[in-house]
Design a binder for this molecule. Structure first.
Ligand code: AVI
Length: 309
C-alpha cells in the first residue's frame, strides 16, 4: 500500500503506521533523535556493539553476508563489518531509497572489498533478497522490533527466519525501565521528537497537497505501563478541518492521531517471543544499567530447517 492510500485510510481510523515517518526529512530527523542526550538506545547499543564486536565476529564467521533490515544511515553495522573476517556482501534494506543510496556510497568507499547491494523495500510487506553469497546473518538494531504489536513482531521475526535461509539474527531490543527515563527519551527538550512526529503531517502537505497547520497539532508521547509501550500521538489543539487529496477530515479539540508504539521488553519476554517465531535464543548482551539488549537468535532446528517455511 502506498503513502497516499495508507495515510488517508489511517486518518479515518485515527492511526497512521510509523513506517511513513521515514521520508528523506523524517530519516534526517530520526538521525538527530539518535544523537540526543535523552535518547539512550542508540549510544547504549553502539557501546554494546563496540564492546562485543569480536564476539559477534567469532559467531558470524568468515565470508558472511549481512542483511540489515531498516538500515537507515548504516552507522551501527560499521562496527560489525570492521570486526568481521572478509565479509562478502552487505545488503542494507530500507524504505527510504534516497537515504539508502547515500549510505551505500559511503560504505563502498570505506570497505573497498565488500559488495554493498542496497535494496529499497518495505520489508513489512515482502522482500525479494538476492540468493545468499555466504552465511547470511540478519541485523535488526535500534529496537525497531518495538514499533510492531507483539503478534506482528512475532510474524515479522518468523519471516526474517525464512529470509535468512538458516542464518542467525542479531537484534537490538529496548528494555523495560524507569518510566521517567522512557518519558524523557520521547519528549526531548529540543523538540526534535516533536518535529519528527509532526513531519508526518508535513510530508502529507508536501506529497499529497494536504493543508495541515502544523502549529495546530501537539506532540504527545507517554509510557503505558500495562502494555509496556510508549505511545506517540498528534493531538488536535482545536476544532479543525483538513483537506487531504480532495477529501475533508474533521477533528475536534483533543482528537488524536496515534502515530507510533514503541514496545519495551524484559530479556525473558523477548526470548519467549523469539521462540514463538521459530528461533532458538542464544546469548544476550546488556549494558550495566540493563537499559538495552542485543540478542543472538539461531533458527530453531538449525540446519535441517534451513529451507523450510
Ligand atoms: C525506530 N524506532 C525504534 C524508534 C523508537 O524509539 O521507537 C523511533 C522513534 N520514535 C520516537 N523516537 C524514536
Amino acid at each position: 500500500m502506498n503513502f497516499h492510500e495508507d495515510f488517508v485510510a489511517g486518518l479515518r481510523e485515527r492511526r497512521i503506521a510509523p513506517k511513513w515517518f521515514y521520508d528523506a526529512e523524517g530519516s534526517r530527523l530520526f538521525e538527530r533523535i539518535c544523537e540526543l542526550p535523552e535518547y539512550y538506545p542508540t549510544r547504549t547499543e553502539l557501546a554494546l556493539l563496540d564492546r562485543h564486536a569480536d564476539e559477534f565476529a567469532a559467531r558470524i564467521g568468515p565470508g558472511a553476508e549481512i542483511v540489515e533490515f531498516g538500515a537507515g544511515a548504516s552507522v551501527k553495522v560499521r562496527l560489525l563489518l570492521q570486526a568481521l573476517e572478509a565479509p562478502r556482501r552487505f545488503v542494507p534494506v530500507d524504505i527510504s531509497g534516497e537515504h539508502l543510496a547515500e549510505a551505500a556510497a559511503a560504505l563502498r568507499a570505506d570497505f573497498p572489498g565488500l559488495a554493498v547491494e542496497p535494496l529499497a523495500a518495505d520489508f513489512t510487506a515482502s522482500l525479494a533478497l538476492p540468493p545468499p553469497v555466504g552465511r547470511r546473518i540478519g541485523f535488526f538494531p535500534g529496537s525497531s522490533i518495538g514499533n510492531f504489536e507483539p503478534d506482528e513482531a512475532c510474524a515479522l521475526l518468523a519471516r526474517f527466519r525464512r529470509w535468512l535461509d538458516g542464518g542467525a539474527l542479531l537484534i537490538g531490543v529496548d528494555l523495560i525501565k524507569e518510566p521517567a527515563l522512557l518519558h524523557a527519551a520521547y519528549n526531548d527538550a529540543r523538540g526534535v521528537t516533536a518535529a519528527f512526529n509532526r513531519n508526518l503531517l508535513a510530508r502529507a502537505n508536501r506529497e499529497l497537497g494536504a493543508d495541515f497547520d502544523l502549529s495546530a497539532w501537539a506532540h504527545a508521547a507517554f509510557y503505558h505501563p500495562p502494555l509496556r509501550r510508549i505511545e506517540m500521538h498528534l493531538v488536535s489543539r482545536r476544532r479543525q478541518a483538513v483537506c487531504v487529496a480532495g477529501e475533508v477530515f474533521e477533528f475536534d479539540e483533543g482528537d488524536s492521531l496515534h502515530t507510533e508504539n514503541s514496545y519495551k521488553y524484559s530479556v525473558d519476554g523477548f526470548r519467549a517471543l523469539a521462540r514463538r517465531a521459530g528461533f532458538e535464543p542464544g546469548p544476550v548482551w546488556t549494558d550495566a544499567a540493563r537499559r538495552f539488549s542485543l540478542h543472538w537468535l539461531e533458527p530453531a532446528g538449525g540446519v535441517s530447517e534451513r529451507t523450510s517455511g
